[in-house]
Each structure stands twice: as C-alpha cells, then as structure tokens.
Write a protein that binds this ligand. Structure first.
Ligand SMILES: *Cc1c(COP(=O)(O)O)cnc(C)c1O
Length: 419
C-alpha cells in the first residue's frame, strides 16, 4: 500500500485549508510516520546490542527532518560537503556521520575530517594515499563484481562505478594499516528499492564472509559492518511491503553465529533513506488544465522539477484526487507537468476519477528522492516543503524557489579574462 492510512486520515481532511494557506504545489511530510518507522527499525534490531541507522541525507536533505531523525538517535550517511554540513547542523558529529563518497576530492576529505571528523568510507584503494591524515577508524565500500547481481536502479555490480574490487580488498586494508588505521569497517550497497528481504540477508551474509576472510588474512577485527540502504517500499497498491522483521531476525541470527565462531559481534549499521521517509511524504498539486487530443491530459501546477522519479526511472507514484473516491467511473488520463519534455508525466494512462480544474491531486510516496532530486531545466522552479508536525500543526520548512533564485548565479561583470 502507498501512503499509510494513518497519514491519509490525518492529512486529507486538512488539505484544502493547507493548500489555501500555503498554495500548491508542495511536498508535505509526516513527522509521526517518520518517527514510527524509526522506532520500528530500532525494535526490529533490538536483539543486537548496538544497531545503528545512518539516515542517507540525500533522500530528504531538509534540516527539520534531519533534526527529527537525529532526535531518534540515528546518525547520517553523507556523500557531499553540503550533506556533511547539513548533518552537522542537525547536531551529528564524529562517529554519528558516515562519509560514503565516491570519486572523492581533496576538499571533500578535508571537510569530512574537520569539525570532529566522521567515519570515512573509502571507495577505492587509491584513496588510501590521498586521505590527508588516516583516521584511527577506516571503512571500505566493497564491490563484489560478478559474485553478486544487483537490481535495476543500481545496476549490475560489474558495471557499477562504486567500491573496491574483490582482489583489491586485502591490499586496501593493508595500506590503511600501514598508514596507521587501527579500527575497521566494511560497507556495501548493492540494491535500491529492493522489496525482497532475502536479498538484504544475503548481503549481510556476504559481508560476514568477507569479514571472516579479511580477518583471517590480516589478523584484524571488524568494528562494524554497514549493509547499506536500498530497502524498498510499496509504491504500487499491489506491491508487497518489505518484511523488515523477517530480515532483522535472519540478520541477527547470522551475526550471532559469527559471534559464536569469532568471539565478537561487529556493530551492524544500515543507511536507509527511502525506507525511513519515502512513504511519509506526498506532493500536492492542483489540476490547472484539461486537454483532450488523442489522449486526455490533466495538466497540473508542478513538473518533473518537483519529482523526477517517474521520468527518470518510469517509476509508479500512486495518485488520489481529493474528495473523489472510487465510486465514480474512472477515466484514463496522463497527468503532466509543463516542461518541454514528453517524459514530464506523473502518470501515464492511469485510471483516475474524473478530474476538474481546481481539483487537488495527491501524488504519493515522495518523501525520499523526491524534492531532493529536482532540477531547474527549462526554468522550472522547485516547490516548497511543508511538515505535518506531531502536534497537528503544519510548518513551512522550505520556501518555493523564486525567479531571483534562478538568476542568482548569473552575470559577473568584473570576472573577465583577456588572454
Ligand atoms: C542513496 C544511498 C543510500 C540510500 O538509499 P535508499 O535506497 O534511499 O535506502 C544509502 N547509501 C548510499 C551509499 C547511497 O548512495
């Protein structure tokens, strides 16, 4: 099921007032739902002494959301300077930050090591020599290559640019030891939006096997294993939800077996983005045009600058029309934005209740990789973000972009070179 019945019940009755006060389009997120998912994650792994979720900041990089997540005791997975700064603004420091970059620059390393540092997750053997100073704890991202298959969003590991190849892993840890590293982590991230929990269990099994191998070769222990993110959510009403509890039980068992055999249990880390916030956001738009040509088009007041996933991945996002339920005979329509790209469509040949101009459409599951992925192509501006707070109030947590924002990076009369 897409957005939760609880969020729907709290949001839909107030939506006309919210839309009247703030104006569409907007993404609106649910504090209550995000907190519930966080608690569920903690409960699922309660048998492990120190499970740690590092929320993937790129999924929903808004300070108000990061504060809620920090408040639950979670850390942050960052992969850019801006994400590090956002996470530190939310109060995270040192080991509460994982820096999982790739193709990393010298300035990125400097920022990651400054201001209390962060856990460095290195993406390549060559980066060991480039870290300005080797921290005591170091992690490597592992790419299993042909040993595993990936999934459609992330792709086949052999073709993925990420991570250290299998045959370079021992040299990588060796090089880190030579530069002074004393504590170690192992990370991988192989799938995205994967709803089959056994894939994730196999990933942890793989990490444990690799940890056994590297430990035996180099006589080192692993402080932590990071299984990455990629837990899927049901975007389509027919999608089965990810079985979090089944995964956690199986993974806990694997770690306990490892503990019995090796005499210690590494800390388990996860860096979910989508699973934490995806279902707890919706994009609310107004129908502004209805066009009947070879197909019927419902034009809305947002475009793919507000939500890239349908255009980029052909992703399904469930849509409901406020106040119009299933009793009306549906009509087949394309729901479209105004960008001059024919893939600027939120839904293609979707059966929806008859839509009139002025109707509010609720495009669901936009809480992760939604607003964050937006861009300004064709001069389209990104919409505002709202938060439905736990006390029932609605707060503006990001204003809409303006034309002035769009022009802010242009025209520098004094920056001329006459070579
Ligand atoms: C994007 C990303 C995540 C989060 O992925 P989700 O599918 O949102 O869980 C986690 N780790 C890394 C390294 C990523 O790039």
């Amino acid at each position: 099921m897409p957005m939760s019945p609880s969020y729907r019940d709290r949001l839909f009755p107030i939506l006309p007032r919210v839309a009247a006060r703030f104006g569409t389009p907007f993404h609106i997120y649910d504090e209550t739902g995000i907190r519930e998912t966080g608690r569920r994650l903690q409960q699922a792994f309660a048998r492990l002494e120190n499970f740690q979720e590092y929320f993937a900041v790129k999924a929903l990089p808004n300070p108000r959301i990061l504060q809620i997540i920090r408040d639950m005791g979670f850390g942050f997975d960052c992969s850019s300077i801006a994400e590090l700064l956002l996470a530190r603004q939310a109060g995270a420091r040192g080991e509460a930050l994982m820096f999982t970059s790739n193709n990393t620059s010298a300035t990125e390393f400097q920022t990651a090591l400054a201001d209390g540092g962060s856990l460095l997750n290195l993406d390549d053997l060559s980066l060991v020599a480039k870290v300005p100073q080797m921290p005591e704890t170091i992690c490597f991202r592992y790419n299993p290559g042909p040993r595993r298959s990936g999934n459609s969003i992330i792709g086949n590991p052999v073709e993925a640019k990420y991570g250290v190849a299998h045959h370079q892993l021992i040299p990588a840890y060796q090089a880190a030891v030579a530069r002074g590293a004393r504590r170690f982590g192992l990370h991988t991230m192989l799938a995205s939006n994967e709803r089959n929990h056994t894939y994730m269990v196999q990933t942890v099994q793989m990490l444990l096997d690799v940890a056994r191998w590297v430990s035996a070769e180099l006589k080192i222990r692993f402080d932590f294993l990071n299984m990455g993110g990629g837990l899927g959510i049901p975007y389509h009403p027919d999608d089965a939800p990810f079985d979090l509890e089944a995964m956690a039980t199986a993974v806990t068992g694997l770690l306990e077996d490892f503990g019995a055999e090796q005499g210690y249990v590494p800390r388990l880390c996860m860096e979910s983005g989508r699973y934490m916030t995806g279902p707890h956001g919706v994009l609310v738009v107004t129908a502004i045009n209805r066009k009947e040509i070879y197909r019927t088009y419902i034009g809305v007041d947002a475009s793919m600058s507000a939500l890239m996933r349908p255009a980029m991945y052909g992703a399904y996002h469930h849509i409901e029309v406020l106040g119009k339920t299933g009793d009306m005979p549906p009509q087949k329509v394309d729901v479209v934005g105004s960008l001059c790209e024919n893939n600027d469509k939120f839904a293609i040949q979707r059966d929806l209740p008859p839509i009139d101009e002025g109707d509010l459409l609720v495009i669901q599951d936009t809480g992760a990789h939604g607003h964050a992925m937006g861009f300004n192509y064709n001069g389209k501006l990104r919409p505002k973000e709202l938060l439905l707070c736990a006390d029932g109030s609605v707060a503006l947590i990001r204003r809409a972009e303006t034309i002035d924002d769009y022009f802010a990076t242009l025209e520098f009369e004094k920056q001329v070179l006459n070579p």
